[in-house]
Design a protein around this ligand. Structure first.
Ligand code: 5RP
Length: 235
């Protein structure tokens, strides 16, 4: 079975457990693992006649919600979500998490903090002992375009490692987020021991930083699918 099957198994297990008649407003994450999750949500809405409002974490999620005929909401209308389901780039044994591989971490974090339960779905390769063991692209950090050179320099000065300005395919210039900002990927030295909560706070204090892809103490439950289609649940 492929990684896609692993992602799909995790997504379906999470949706089956968390989407039911008791939930009304849900957060919809971004990335590839969320695609089978939305498909399953749409099937349940149709079959079980669920009345759900879906709040997206990105333009991709918005399109996914609309293309499945689901009801769209926003954080302007809803600040209390029953549950949010989202993917992850890496989750460590302390439930520290890196997100933002798709550059959506700012909206993803806003949706996650509004949710009573923040559920992560991923393939098993995303589960690691320490952050950086498996995800080698670093911590995604959304920054104001005007500040990207300053923030890059400041992050490297304060925290070491190397900061890469994320570019699109063809390297035609920095990738723009849904908010029109840039993404820096901070490649940290993964042999070092970090207090990720402190790192997150330190990054957020740097002027020009909009949001980091470090999700600390936010996950309620995580579902990791494996190549056999089995799902490991971590709480
Ligand atoms: C986007 C994200 C995604 O949830 C994360 O990159 C995981 O993606 P995928 O499900 O494709 O592995 O944080 O900003």
């Amino acid at each position: 079975m492929s990684v896609d099957k692993a992602k799909e198994s995790a997504a379906i297990a999470a949706v089956n457990e968390h989407i039911n008649h008791n939930v009304h407003v849900i957060g919809v994450g971004s990335g590839s693992t969320i695609i089978p999750a939305v498909k399953r949500i749409a099937e349940m809405v149709e079959k079980d006649k669920l009345d759900l409002i879906c709040v997206p974490t990105s333009l991709q999620a918005r399109e996914l919600i609309l293309s499945h005929g689901l009801k769209l909401g926003s954080l302007v209308e809803y600040q209390e979500l029953d549950v949010a389901i989202d993917g992850a780039d890496e989750v460590d044994e302390q439930f520290n998490c890196i997100k933002g591989g798709g550059g959506c971490q700012t909206q993803e974090k806003l949706v996650a903090i509004c949710a009573k339960k923040f559920i992560v779905v991923a393939d098993e390769k995303k589960w690691s002992t320490n952050l950086g063991d498996k995800w080698k692209k670093g911590v995604p950090i959304e920054v104001l375009p005007i500040a990207y050179k300053i923030t890059k320099k400041e992050i490297e000065k304060q925290l070491g490692g190397e900061v890469i300005v994320r570019e699109g395919t063809g390297k035609v210039g920095p990738v723009l987020t849904d908010q029109g900002n840039f993404i820096l990927d901070w490649k940290f030295d993964s042999s070092k021991v970090f207090n990720w909560s402190d790192v997150n706070q330190q990054l957020k204090l740097i002027p020009g930083v909009v949001e980091t892809g470090l999700f600390i103490n936010m996950i309620s439950k995580a579902y990791f699918g494996n190549n056999d289609g089995n799902v490991q649940v971590k709480v």
